[in-house]
Design a protein. Structure first.
Length: 309
């Protein structure tokens, strides 16, 4: 095999109550990476599409190449690799764009070199790619993109990531409004201290959401999709947030919240038909506020990255 093309999925991080510890993968959108062997040692990025010229082709500055470099250093391989990166998702959307690129890169190079590492061993390299994009090696996007499904990050030191079973009829609706939310602003707006009663309520919701997922208890999932800490402040950065969220719930969604730091919103629904109705209601709500949006509807992506050819 002289080349490989890999797709890695977008992700929803936080999932209402699970700030910085919970995330899940979706079928669409995502990023594609093509890797080829080249004669001259070292890494080069020969092509990037879908970025409107915003991403660097310098291998020391790009998420995908940094992740691949870390993998090659850890596996002690010093050949030549050419990279094509094809962005298939919006920037700054709260859908883990940089994470999908990093995961596609490490998954592709691992396959190209004969599966030198297992999936958990790929995660640190993908996290290094995320560090370049975000300033810190968060795993709440890269882990679900790499593992597929719902993932909880129990600990960073030591790194401890657990994949959670997903109910078979659970669907995700993601809506990306054509507005911008600065990630730095979304971080800075968070409270530095929280009340004990809020912490206790949030812990209960996280435990309930995980129990609901593992038991396929849709009622428990719905009751647990409540965020009393982050959503009340971050929602202020998203115009019409309450209107759109209420439209999703009134249309039958189990719950609705902010994807990552926004501006995208997500909703979980039982069955595809309900998800379609929820998505239409959310689009209509944004449209009523004169805000254009893109919508994605899919089952939870259990596979993670995939070899396309």
């Amino acid at each position: 095999m002289e080349s490989i093309r890999v797709f890695a999925p977008a992700t929803v991080a936080n999932v209402t109550c699970g700030f910085d510890v919970l995330g899940f993968a979706v079928n669409s959108p995502g990023d594609e990476v093509i890797l080829r062997f080249k004669e001259k040692p070292g890494i080069q990025i020969s092509q990037i599409t879908g970025d409107d010229g915003r991403l660097s082709k310098d291998p020391n500055l790009n998420t995908v190449s940094i992740a691949i470099q870390d993998y090659l250093q850890r596996t002690d391989w010093s050949g030549g690799i050419d990279i094509e990166l094809h962005k298939k998702m919006p920037f700054g959307s709260g859908l883990g764009s940089s994470a999908a690129s990093a995961v596609a890169g490490v998954f592709a190079i691992n396959k190209l070199l004969g599966d030198k590492l297992d999936t958990p061993a790929l995660l640190p390299s993908a996290m290094e790619g995320e560090r370049v994009a975000c300033g810190s090696a968060h795993a709440d996007n890269v882990a679900p993109s790499l593992y597929g499904g719902f993932v909880i990050i129990r600990s960073y030191d030591p790194l401890d990531v657990i994949k959670i079973p997903t109910p078979k009829d659970l669907y995700a609706v993601i809506i990306h409004p054509q507005i911008e939310v600065n990630t730095k602003d979304a971080r800075n707006i968070l409270k530095k201290k929280i009340a004990m009663q809020d912490a206790i309520r949030q812990w209960g919701n996280v435990a309930g959401l995980i129990a609901g997922l593992t038991q396929s208890d849709y009622g428990l999932i719905s009751r647990s999709m409540e965020d009393v800490i982050v959503e009340p402040v971050r929602s202020l950065l998203i115009p019409a947030y309450d209107v759109v969220k209420n439209s999703a719930l009134n249309a039958g969604a189990l719950g609705c919240g902010i994807s990552g730091s926004g501006p995208s919103l997500f909703a979980l629904s039982q069955e595809e038909g309900v998800a379609t109705t929820v998505g239409a209601a959310m689009c209509d709500a944004f449209r009523s506020e004169k805000i254009d949006s893109e919508i994605y509807i899919s089952k939870i992506n259990e596979k993670g990255p995939q070899v396309l050819d």
